[in-house]
Design a protein around this ligand. Structure first.
Ligand code: DC
Length: 228
């Protein structure tokens, strides 16, 4: 019997990574960690301290005061906590989305969060999604996915998600935020988003959630079979 493996899911913003990662974890009975939620929680802390824009690097002085953990509720949904406060909804808001890439560029922020992510995944049996999971956090992960979708499809998905939550934002704003974040995430100096050579790419522009999950589960099974 193979022990539970580590599955890294990287890709662009709003390409369905978290949906896939959550579904995989549920089906496989693994834990799920949304690493983006950790960067968003640090960003929320920064915004509350009025740290943003050109002063984003001031967050470095506060890192020891920032504690992040996850809890799963009775419905099996995971929520991120910032210093023991549930901030799962607040971190999805526009002001956080607009500032997070700048905070995620900072070396010291990444070092702290990568260390915590490795601790969370030390026993395997984990699906973690983000931008640098296969390249930096778990370079030895047994399985790495790189998820992508066309920008129009991603914009439409994120726009509907925000509309459902009652947030007022235009499609144009959503598209420009996604494009801007992709650009910063892929071109930053510290752990940019890259597709590592061993990652399996899935472009889900024309796949339903169910089709994407079915395809990924088949790949997981093949990986586990090869290892045992
Ligand atoms: O996955 P997300 O959109 O919630 O991520 C929010 C931001 O955090 C994203 O713009 C890039 C950053 N991020 C990162 O740099 N590294 C990760 N492992 C996860 C997210």
């Amino acid at each position: 019997m193979t022990n539970k493996i580590t599955i890294a899911v990287d890709g662009h913003s709003s390409c369905g990574k978290s949906t896939l990662a959550k579904d995989l974890a549920r089906k496989l009975n693994y834990s799920y960690i949304d690493s983006g939620a950790m960067y968003r929680a640090v960003t929320l802390y920064a915004l509350r301290k009025e740290i943003s824009g050109v002063n984003a690097h001031h967050i470095k002085q506060h890192l020891d005061n920032i504690n992040i953990h996850f809890e799963t509720n009775e419905q099996g949904l995971s929520a991120v906590y910032l210093n023991n406060e549930n901030v799962e909804s607040e971190i999805r808001m526009k002001h956080v989305a607009e500032s997070v890439s700048r905070i995620a560029e900072i070396k010291e922020v990444r070092e702290k969060l990568v260390m915590e992510q490795r601790k969370l995944g030390k026993s395997g049996g984990i699906v973690m999604d983000g931008r640098d999971i296969g390249s930096v956090v778990f370079p030895n992960a047994e399985l790495k996915f790189f998820i992508t979708a066309d920008i129009d499809v991603r914009t439409e998905r994120r726009f509907s998600e925000m509309k459902e939550k009652g947030l007022s934002i235009s499609k144009k704003e959503v598209e420009s935020n996604l494009t801007q974040r992709d650009k910063i995430d892929s071109s930053r100096k510290e752990s940019p988003l890259i597709k590592v050579k061993e990652a399996i790419e899935i472009n889900n522009s024309n796949l339903s959630k169910e089709e994407q999950l079915e395809l990924a589960l088949k790949i997981v099974q093949e990986t586990i079979d090869k290892l045992s």
